[in-house]
Design a protein around this ligand. Structure first.
Ligand code: SAM
Length: 278
């Protein structure tokens, strides 16, 4: 019988954040697939555990992934861990999950530390609707395609960034969203020098132009303030167009916009059809 792949989150700074269940799984599995075995051995030492490990990271996932899958299919249980946080969130773990799930192997995710949720929850910005953007692309064209697509984003946006790229990223974010846009710079979360700065993108750019960025960063940026619905039906039309951009079928988009903003489904349907037909 095939084994299971467990996604085991590890602390993003404070070793006390390893959960009892995460530790039990690390103890129970046959082997651990680790992003960096030197980092994981420190955690295992902290827990008083010894366990066979294999490396699974960005540079070897093409060959290491199928090898891990083969061992699981042969009956072994595997825990996937990364250097910090929840595996498969902005790291190559997502490929291993897809590989195993695609092969019909059971995958179980253990809840635990994740830089995204720690930053979002402490940001002071709206959390009801948000979009996780991870790392912005390095390639200039791809980066601006992504930023352009976010210009009218009304949801709170969460980005990961490395310290040596922070200055350039803050400049690009200011150009895309404006210097006055509220931002929470979440640095070294759960660590001794944890810091959460709630300021504007422009203020953050000025601060880090004068001071070398150090540590690990999550940037949480306020979305564009929502447009007030227009009384003349424009609100319903705008909402229907937005829902269409999100991929909703026309009929459903018109019905939902009519429900939210008032107006006749059929009229909204026809207006969208006309605009899209142009
Ligand atoms: N899978 C991990 C997670 O979701 O927590 C994230 C992995 S990603 C490769 C690493 C990025 O997470 C860092 O560049 C940084 O943006 C963010 N990060 C990780 N630990 C952090 C911390 N203690 N404080 C702030 N950001 C952190």
């Amino acid at each position: 019988m095939a084994g299971k792949l467990y996604l085991v989150p590890t602390p993003i700074g404070n070793l006390g954040d390893i959960s009892r269940r995460a530790a039990e799984i690390l103890e129970a599995v046959d082997f651990i697939a680790a992003e960096d075995t030197r980092v994981t051995v420190k955690l295992l030492n902290h827990l008083g555990l010894k366990k066979p490990m294999t490396a699974y990271h960005r540079h070897n996932c093409g060959t290491a992934g199928p090898a891990v899958l083969e061992r699981i299919q042969a009956g072994e249980n595997c825990a996937l861990v990364t250097d910090a946080g929840t595996p498969a969130i902005s790291d190559p773990g997502e490929d291993l999950v897809a590989l195993c799930a695609g092969a019909g192997v059971a995958v179980e995710s253990i809840p635990g530390p994740c830089a995204l949720t720690v930053a979002l929850s402490v940001s002071g910005l709206p959390t009801a609707r948000f979009t996780f953007e991870g790392f912005l692309p390095l390639n200039k064209k791809n980066r601006w395609t992504r930023l352009d697509a976010l210009r009218n984003e009304e949801r709170t946006m969460v980005f990961y960034e490395a310290p040596h790229k922070l200055r350039a990223t803050l400049e690009d974010l200011a150009a895309a969203f404006g210097s006055d846009r509220p931002l929470a710079v979440c640095r070294e979360l759960t660590k001794l020098h944890e810091e959460v700065l709630r300021l504007t993108i422009g203020e953050a750019a000025a601060r880090y132009a004068a001071q070398e960025p150090r540590g690990e960063f999550v940037l949480v940026i306020a979305g564009l303030p929502a447009q007030a619905p227009a009384a003349d039906g424009e609100g319903a039309l705008a909402r229907a167009l937005e829902l269409r951009r999100e991929g909703l079928p026309l009929k459903l988009a018109a019905a939902r916009a009519a429900e939210e903003f008032g107006g006749k489904k059929r009229a909204i349907y026809d207006q969208v059809l006309e605009i899209e037909g142009k």
